[in-house]
Ligand binder design. Structure first.
Ligand code: DX5
Ligand code: ZN
Length: 223
């Protein structure tokens, strides 16, 4: 399967966000990663469904909404209505994960389960049977521009083993601290979708940087 690149626009320049999104699409972005933070589940606040809808009206590629909020069930319909194609929720704050993932699927979006760096992989083992994707956090969620937690590579390898055994169709996404120097290792360790925030948007030429990272992941999977 083709490996997918998902620029995290949270790291972008919001004065010029439309231009930057267009630049990363020209550079080969496969998805737009849209981080939603409420200042409760994580210590930061970002954007909501209205902004997602605004992007949806101009952009054709899928939008991947990563919900870092309390009570995500309450907001899932608004994000689907706004045009999110993939929606992920954190295992740490969803009590009835089977219900929540099915709810997302019934609304015709792809359903993902996310785990924080401190959460054991076993916490999402059961959800693997019915999730469309698992998002492994490689930083503690809340901010762009943090350093990759190296242990995440071992966790990716273990997660891939579990995924191959339980539900080979389920994709693995990695998010946090991915840059030019570790993106290939993340693909080799088992990631199918790679989220990159500062590794794209803190660079001068967003389009060129996206293209460079896309080439790296395409070359890595050919090995
Ligand atoms: C962090 C977010 C990430 C973040 C990634 O909580 O979920 O998507 O924007 O940014 P970088 O790639 O800079 O770590
Ligand atoms: Zn994210």
């Amino acid at each position: 399967m083709n490996k997918l690149l998902a620029p995290s626009i949270m790291a972008g320049d919001w004065w010029n966000i439309g231009e930057q999104i267009e630049a990363c699409i020209r550079g080969g972005a496969d998805l737009i990663h849209f981080d939603v933070m409420d200042g409760h589940f994580v210590p930061n606040i970002t954007v909501g469904p209205e902004i997602l809808a605004c992007i949806r009206r101009r952009v054709k590629i899928p939008i991947d909404a990563h919900l870092m909020i309390e009570n995500p069930d309450r907001y899932i319909p608004s994000f689907v209505e706004a045009g999110a194609n993939l929606i992920s929720v954190h295992i740490e704050n969803v009590v009835h994960i089977h219900r929540t993932l099915n709810f997302i699927k019934e609304l015709s979006a792809k359903a993902g389960v996310v785990l924080n760096p401190g959460t054991p992989l076993s916490a999402i083992e059961e959800a693997l049977y019915y999730a469309d994707y698992v998002l492994l956090m490689s930083v503690n969620p809340g901010f762009s521009g943090q350093s990759f937690i190296e242990r995440s590579l071992d966790r990716l390898v273990l997660l891939k083993e579990m995924r191959d055994r339980i539900n080979p169709k389920c994709l693995i996404e990695i998010d946090g601290g991915i840059k030019e120097d570790n993106i290939v290792s993340a693909i080799k360790a088992g990631a199918d979708i790679v989220v990159v925030g500062s590794g794209i948007f803190y660079e001068k030429d967003v389009e060129e940087q996206t293209r460079r990272l896309k080439h790296l992941i395409c070359a890595a999977e050919a090995v």
